[in-house]
Design a protein. Structure first.
Length: 302
């Protein structure tokens, strides 16, 4: 297979089969400090683009021998929305996907383009990155091509939210001493409350980065996540089995979940049996509900 990879099991999206639109060379209009790929020259196009028919044929061959996954993920060795035949590819994917959902992992750089917004609106799930909202920090952490503006990206995401009926997921990746300033975090959170994504994923560096930068701790991620109140927030971190269990009464549980819905897996990790039983009772009484976004199930106030 030249363009298909997987299956890959993801906590956030389930079992995924990926499509790499630029397998031979990095093709990206960002040069992010935290990128797990090697440093590369920034570009606004993909060399030697594969044809949509080639990609679909590979998928058909794969699915003739394997079950359909939770998601079919469009990605690239760089930025997938630089692929000029993306609209055609998505139409063809929708014709063969069966029970699978379609997902793209994008840095959001091209979302100001109305044609890109229209194309992405055909997908089931769209994951966009917003690592900063101030121009200075945006240029420092994401290192974009000169013609890319974070102001235009934010405006483009707001416009996209109005036409997109699928699941919009925003990822915020935190780099120590770069975009972890509290004022910047507050500003990102406020912008995201205006956008109203279905889910916000907050993470930090997990693999060796392209540049000499550091991750923040899991505790720091949790502290920063508190500023994203009113949003479905998933903190991307390694599981910790030795955490001390917390105990809350019904009033505090409802207050906590109203401010910040929690993923079920975090609930099981954070709370003692008595508190979990209270949550179950609150759900039975119709005061709480479960909401699945991607592969993450949140507990929310009804």
């Amino acid at each position: 297979m030249r363009y298909i990879f997987g299956p890959v099991k993801s906590r956030r999206f389930g079992v995924s089969v990926g499509i790499d639109l630029s397998p031979k060379i990095k093709s990206c209009n960002f040069d992010c400090l935290y990128c797990e790929l090697e440093k590369g020259k920034k570009t606004d196009y993909i060399q030697n683009e594969p044809s949509p028919k080639e990609i679909i044929q590979e998928l058909k061959e794969f699915f003739s021998k394997n079950p359909y996954p939770d998601v079919i993920t469009i990605t690239a060795n760089g930025e997938p929305t630089l692929y000029t035949k993306l609209d055609t590819l998505i139409d063809l994917l929708n014709s063969i996907k069966k029970s699978s959902k379609t997902l793209i992992l994008s840095n959001a750089s091209t979302i100001p383009n109305p044609k890109i917004r229209k194309t992405l609106s055909k997908l089931d799930m769209v994951k966009l990155s917003v690592d900063a909202v101030s121009d200075t920090i945006f240029k420092k952490v994401d290192r974009p091509l000169k013609n890319i503006s974070i102001t235009q990206i934010i405006s483009g995401i707001k416009s996209f939210r109005k036409i997109f009926n699928g699941e919009l997921i925003i990822e915020v990746l935190i780099v120590k001493n770069i975009n972890d300033d509290i004022e910047e975090i507050k500003n990102i959170a406020q912008i995201l409350r205006e956008i109203k994504p279905d889910r916000v994923d907050i993470g930090t560096i997990d693999r060796p980065p392209a540049y000499n930068v550091d991750a923040v701790s899991s505790q720091k991620l949790e502290e920063l996540a508190e500023y994203f109140y009113g949003l479905n927030v998933f903190v991307i971190k390694r599981k910790q089995s030795n955490l001390k269990k917390f105990s809350l009464d019904e009033k505090d549980l409802l207050k906590t979940l109203k401010l910040r819905p929690l993923p079920k897996e975090d609930i099981l990790e954070l709370f003692d049996i008595g508190t979990i039983n209270k949550l179950k009772d609150l759900k039975k009484r119709g005061l709480l509900k479960e909401k699945k976004i991607g592969n993450i199930v949140f507990m929310c106030v009804n």
